[in-house]
Design a protein around this ligand. Structure first.
Ligand SMILES: *Cc1c(COP(=O)(O)O)cnc(C)c1O
Length: 435
């Protein structure tokens, strides 16, 4: 074997210190983990669906709970030896119900997409009509979009946002719902910078006889922390991931009123899944405990304050923002006026140490794999302790980065990368080893 480059050797040395067993067994993999730790430490992570979990959440998800099979639910398992696992799941369920104020919680879905599929299984038959926001408008694949199983096995009809305001057009939503009579109506999405009007959706669902599903995958942490209105009084079912603003492990939950509890549980198991990932259930319980602390309310509100400050700073630098700004953790930039395609900008910003994703904007004339927009958000930087006073600098880096993308100025990108790393070093991220 050839000698690894110097930088790789340094990664191996750090890996040996941080992950001794892994390094002894599989140094190649251990070095990749260490390199990822470095990357997450040094860069400004602006992808709105990402976050940094706490060391406690990391520890819970790396436990021997993962060695156990537990098909079924607490007290009703198909395997023996559940003395501890039942308590872990009961704890997670009780904390979910208390935090969100729901009658019922199922914490077993493997992730957001299977959680949503379980909702279809619970309330619809193949071929039934379902309704959600169109993917290019900010909806999610699993809300009946054509390339998804949910759009192949069900008849998806889609609503949009208004081109002039970037906001949901509720008159059009009502008209479509009354015409199509869908079994399910999904609200929520992946690129929505504004408050979701759950009451308005609930009224339309009632009028049209649909089950309302609030998919709060992105905003669950804001809801838990009181920085976004709760769907609980309005939605029949609430679906959420646990790894976005909620700051837990990769996983999901379904929350519902008692009348839907049985249908939801049956759909998750045995309808869709086998054994739950108990180590994830444990980490969800830890994250829910953290989210119930007063400091998490502060976090949720700081995420929103940072996003608003960042939006203002971007507007001041001539950026075009979908809907003109934000109410939550997310900002969607339309780079058309900057004359830089979203993908070109996203890749240049990545080289500058600013991690974003390119994204369609509503009524995008460009293709989904080469769209006009860039999607950013503040959950991760807020977890590191950055505040509104830092948002002008962040906007400035984005501005310089997008301009450098347009002119192909790699030196300018490298210079930004150094400045970013310097600020990041002053704000260590939760869960990451300190160098
Ligand atoms: C992220 C997300 C999902 C899917 O979650 P995965 O865990 O990636 O499967 C579903 N719905 C919405 C609105 C999301 O943002």
């Amino acid at each position: 074997m050839t000698q690894p480059p110097a930088q790789e050797t340094a990664a191996h040395r750090t890996a040996a210190r941080q992950h001794p067993a892994l390094t002894a067994t599989d140094p190649e993999l251990a070095a990749l983990v260490t390199a990822e730790e470095r990357l997450q430490a040094d860069t400004l992570r602006l992808i709105p669906s990402e976050n940094y979990v706490s060391t406690a959440v990391l520890e819970a998800s790396g436990t021997v709970l993962q060695n156990k099979y537990s098909e079924g639910y607490p007290g009703r398992r198909y395997y023996e030896g559940q003395q501890n696992i039942d308590q872990v799941e009961r704890l997670a369920v009780a904390r979910a119900k208390a935090l969100f104020g729901t009658d019922h919680a199922n914490v077993q879905p493997y992730s957001g997409s299977p959680a949503n599929l379980a909702v279809y299984l619970a309330f619809a038959e193949p071929g039934d009509t379902v309704m959600g926001m169109a993917l290019p408008m900010g909806g999610h694949l699993t809300h009946g979009w054509g390339v998804s199983a949910t759009g192949k096995w069900f008849r998806g009809v889609q609503y949009a946002v208004r081109q002039d305001t970037g906001l949901v057009d509720f008159d059009a939503v009502r008209e479509l719902a009354l015409k199509e009579r869908p079994k399910l109506i999904f609200c929520g999405g992946t690129a929505l910078p504004r408050t979701i009007d759950f009451a308005a959706f609930a009224e339309i669902a009632r009028e049209s006889g649909a089950v309302l599903v609030a998919d709060i995958a992105h905003i669950a942490g804001l809801v838990a922390g009181g920085a976004h209105p709760s769907p609980v009084p309005h939605a029949d079912v609430i679906s959420t991931t646990t790894h976005k603003t909620l700051r837990g492990p990769r996983g999901a939950m379904l929350l519902a009123r008692e009348e839907h509890a049985k249908a939801i549980d049956k759909a998750v198991f045995p309808g869709l899944q086998g054994g739950p990932h108990n180590q994830t259930t444990a980490a969800i319980a830890v994250a829910l405990h953290e989210a119930a602390q007063p400091s998490f309310r502060g976090y949720a509100h700081a995420v929103v304050a940072n996003a608003k400050a960042l939006a203002e700073a971007l507007l001041a630098r001539g950026f075009d923002l979908v809907s003109g700004g934000t109410d939550n953790h997310l900002v969607l930039m339309d780079l058309t006026p900057k004359d830089v395609p979203g993908k070109v900008a996203a890749k240049a910003l990545d080289r500058a140490g600013i991690v974003v994703n390119y994204n369609t904007v509503p009524y995008d004339p460009r293709k989904p794999f080469d769209p006009s927009g860039v999607r950013i958000g503040t959950p991760s930087l807020t977890s590191r302790g950055l505040g509104t006073e830092h948002m002008a600098a962040v906007a400035d880096w984005i501005d310089r980065g997008v301009r450098a993308a347009g002119t192909g100025d790699e030196d300018a990108l490298l210079k930004i990368r150094g400045e970013v790393a310097e600020l990041m070093a002053a704000f260590p991220a939760p869960g990451l080893p300190t160098a």
